[in-house]
Ligand binder design. Structure first.
Ligand code: B3K
Ligand code: ZN
Length: 851
């Protein structure tokens, strides 16, 4: 397979300032006529080379004349002798047969497109690279009864009827854009319509298009869209730039959503939400993704990426923007806790494994494999660190400069950092290492104090070797640090420490009490900190730290240290954790949402990440023992928390969400402790719930238990929601994540369930993706879990390589496990790599995972 390298970037040979597309739409067969105005870029005599994948070529002309051309290796080479020309191509494609969901495809009777990263070449021959920007005009004709709604980017400029029950529509996008932002939708859709008046007084027509029965589930997405538009004006000075903004929801989608200019296309799970079918987490995700895609209009569309190695330029920045937005709309502390949890669960393992790559990668075989937690979430942490280092005002000066300087361009990560330096008046030379060096830095911190009020904080850092990068330089690391008085519990000192070198000593003086160290507050840097604090100091911080994140972190560390001791065979002393949780539950100053996060045990995989060799069974046993101990020791408090958070009627507000979250957590502990009436409580909650958060919370608790109510609840849930695919996904996931001994067999059986299908990415992830995250069942010593996953990967690869490739990384973690499991995981990876007809997507992930 061909390896694409960042250092090989060359500007395009030909530019395409304008393209006019003409679609004759049909599900079986669509004809696409494209008229490209091409212009030679610089002095050279190379031919025009267009990307073309899976197209049936009918005709090629240059300035109206039949032209010499060759279609070979997914490239259409055309001889053009002039400096500029009009090139016309006519191709045929088959949307219904397109199971990859890249290019033009059919989902539930709707024709829709997905072009990022390299899907446009599956629609028409084109220089499919993000640094070729064109003005698009799109004309579509289709059967009016089947496809009454015809949408594309920009503004509608005409529509009308045709003979034979057909009709047409034309759209024009005034903003030059790369072809990955092209979109088209044809379908039987209805819209939730609204409008937004921009800061400068222009009215924008908003539409969220769905199938008719889903219309009642679009209100939340619409509210989020309007809030995002306002927020981006206020926070970044960014105004929307077209008269129309449309969103379409489809059921079959490889990713979360796509920011096509003026026509976002969404996975329906990130649009549809109502109390009956969506959990609070779903509501939050809808708002977060709607905001994310909307924010791309500036960070991604007005300023796009020069090449795909620069992906984090738009994704890291846009994730940071959507995180800020969600923090502003809800609880800042809880949002930060959630974001860090995602980073640690998805990005840290990636950074420490065979697929580790820098935020700005150096090479790829298939770019789709680089839409990763590193590019997205670690990329967002890089922006956040710049925000921390510069402070909000200078950060804003930097983004203002970035937006004005590069508007209309295809830019690089380097352009962004330079704008931050110049706008913010700061030198970020060494900060650039964060873009080029992979691996999660490890920090050691030790605080030594004397009796005269002096203390020294000794910091050292080490960046681990990663594939292709053995030698690392020390990174500049912003650490928010504070010292608390051990007697009074008050804050003695607070500062932002920049660790620039491998080692540093920070001096403190005038401390009137023994200081306790609080470090990496707010998770100011995406690093692992080993501060060697004892359980007593951690318990102290969990009660006294005034930084909510640090307080949560202290509790997590306390729980983690306790679990690690138990896993390594030490005596299980649960008392310090119990005491700290007791105090947290009783603290009237804390809100429900925060308490719920703080009292949750670290996940099994997070515990495993701290072990030299992961032992899933020992981790499960230790965690279960601590859960039972907490449940029984604090039964009275769990009961009190459970009843205090009962609500009368569903409401989507931060307070109501926090109450529901704590209620679920409390129920989990009560069930874990084996409280006699716990299963009845859960069943009552399951039946009486007026919202999905409570219902799913009860179902999850029951599914993990041995209670007789378990099967009743599962069957009841299935009967009630079998016709709602998004809710049925939850039914699959809850069982795939079951902590019971029979989880593996249950999952194998579910893969044969009539409602399971390989062709829908959401359903695949709901069952197979969730199962691969089930630490105990997936890592069953027999290797059956590994075999199941490998079978699924191979089966889905024939239909949809992107979805298949995303399931490979769990097998790539073999190095972290005992020899027996490691050998079994490797064997499955080898079986995958050897399979005939493998996609390059899966080949890249599986072969690198073996490496
Ligand atoms: N930009 C899209 C990415 C889709 C690419 C899929 N290979 C989603 C997003 O980050 O907004
Ligand atoms: Zn994005």
């Amino acid at each position: 397979p061909v390896i694409v390298r960042r250092e090989d970037y060359r500007p395009p040979d030909w530019l395409v300032p304008e393209i006019a597309l003409d679609f004759d739409l049909g599900a079986e067969r669509t004809r696409v006529r494209a008229r490209l105005k091409v212009a030679r870029n610089g002095a050279h005599d190379r031919p025009l080379v267009l990307d073309a994948e899976g197209l049936t070529l009918v005709e090629v002309t240059v300035d109206g004349e039949a032209a010499e051309h060759r279609l070979e290796d997914e490239r259409l080479t055309i001889t053009v002798s002039t400096a500029a020309a009009v090139v016309e191509t006519l191709v045929e494609i088959g949307p219904r047969a397109n199971t990859q969901l890249m290019g033009l495809y059919e989902s539930g009777g709707i024709l829709c497109t997905q072009c990022e990263a390299e899907g446009f070449r599956r629609i028409t021959p084109f220089p499919d690279r993000p640094d070729v920007l064109s003005r698009f005009t799109v004309c579509m004709a289709a059967d009016k009864a089947v496809y009454p709604v015809l949408l594309s980017n920009g503004d509608p400029v005409g529509a009308g009827d045709l003979d034979g029950g057909r009709h047409w529509a034309e759209w024009r996008d005034p903003f030059p854009k790369p072809c990955y932002l092209f979109a088209l939708v044809a379908g039987d859709l209805v819209a939730n319509r609204d409008s937004f008046v921009t800061a400068s007084g222009r009215t924008v027509d908003l539409g969220i298009w769905v199938r008719e029965p889903d219309l009642s589930k679009t209100a939340h997405a619409m509210a989020a869209l309007k809030a995002s538009m306002k927020w981006d004006e206020e926070t970044y000075g960014r105004e929307y730039d077209l008269a129309v903004f449309n969103i379409v929801a489809v059921s079959d989608f490889n990713f979360g959503a796509m920011e096509n200019k003026g026509l976002n296309i969404f996975n329906s799970r990130y649009i549809l939400a109502d109390a009956e079918t969506a959990t609070d987490a779903d509501f939050d995700a809808v708002a977060g993704v709607v905001a994310h895609e909307y924010f791309h209009n500036w960070s991604g569309n007005r300023i796009t990426c020069r090449d795909w190695f620069q992906l984090s330029l738009k994704e890291g920045f846009t994730v940071f923007r959507d995180q800020q937005f969600s923090a502003d709309m809800g609880s800042r502390a809880v949002k930060r806790i959630e974001d860090v949890r995602v980073l640690r669960a998805a990005q840290f393992p990636e950074d420490g494994g065979p697929l580790a790559h820098p935020v700005r990668p150096e090479s790829y075989i298939e770019i789709s494999n680089f839409y990763t937690a590193t590019v997205y979430n670690k990329g967002a942490e890089l922006i956040r660190m710049m925000h921390t280092i510069l402070g909000p005002e200078r950060f804003r000066a930097g983004t203002d400069l970035y937006f004005s300087r590069h508007d209309g361009e295809a830019a690089t990560c380097e352009d962004f950092v330079r704008a931050m330096e110049e706008g913010g008046g700061i030198d970020l030379s060494r900060f650039r290492l964060w873009y080029s060096q992979a691996g999660t830095p490890r920090i050691r911190a030790a605080l030594a104090s004397d009796d005269n009020g002096a203390a020294t904080l000794t910091l050292s850092q080490q960046v681990p070797a990663t594939p292709g990068q053995t030698e690392k330089q020390p990174m500049p690391i912003p650490l928010k640090v504070a010292l608390f008085g051990a007697d009074s519990g008050t804050k003695l000192e607070e500062r932002l420490v920049m660790l620039e070198e491998e080692r540093a000593e920070i001096a403190f003086s005038g401390l009137l009490e023994r200081p306790v160290l609080s470090i990496n507050r707010d998770f100011s840097a995406p690093v692992v900190v080993e501060a060697g604090r004892d359980l007593a100091d951690l318990a102290f911080l969990s009660a006294h730290d005034d930084n909510a994140f640090a307080r949560y972190e202290a509790m997590q560390q306390l729980m983690l240290d306790t679990l690690l001791r138990a896993v390594s065979g030490g005596p299980a002393d649960h008392e310090p954790v119990i005491a700290a949780v007791r105090e947290t539950l009783a603290n009237p100053a804390l809100d429900h949402a925060f308490i719920a996060e703080a009292v949750l045990l670290p996940s099994e995989s997070f515990v495993g990440d701290h072990l030299a060799v992961v032992d899933p069974d020992a981790i499960r046993a230790a965690r279960e023992a601590l859960r039972v101990a907490l449940g029984s020791a604090l039964e009275g408090q769990w009961r009190a928390a459970y009843s205090a958070t009962a609500a009368n009627r569903f409401e989507y507000s931060p307070a109501a969400k926090g109450a529901r979250r704590l209620r679920s957590v409390a129920l989990g502990y009560l069930l874990g402790a084996g409280a006699e009436d716990a299963a009845k409580l859960a069943m009552r909650q399951f039946e009486d719930a007026d919202n999905m958060t409570d219902r799913q919370g009860a179902l999850t608790a029951l599914v993990n238990s041995g209670a007789a109510e378990r099967n009743t609840a599962l069957a009841g849930f299935y009967d009630r929601y079998r016709r709602d695919p998004l809710v049925l996904d939850k039914w699959f996931t809850v069982q795939a994540l079951s902590t019971r001994d029979d989880a593996l067999e249950a999952v194998e059986a579910l893969a044969r369930h009539p409602d399971f299908t390989l062709s829908n990415p959401n359903r695949m992830r709901a069952l197979v993706g969730a199962f691969a995250a089930n630490q105990r069942a997936f890592h069953d010593v027999s290797g059956r879990g590994y075999r199941f996953l490998a079978d699924m990967i191979l089966a889905v690869d024939r239909l949809n390589p992107q979805t298949a490739a995303r399931l490979v990384p769990p097998l790539g973690r073999w190095r972290r496990f005992d020899e027996g499991r490691a050998a079994l995981m490797r064997a499955e990876l080898e079986r995958i790599v050897a399979a005939p007809g493998l996609s390059k997507d899966v080949f890249e992930q599986a072969s690198k995972s073996l490496g």
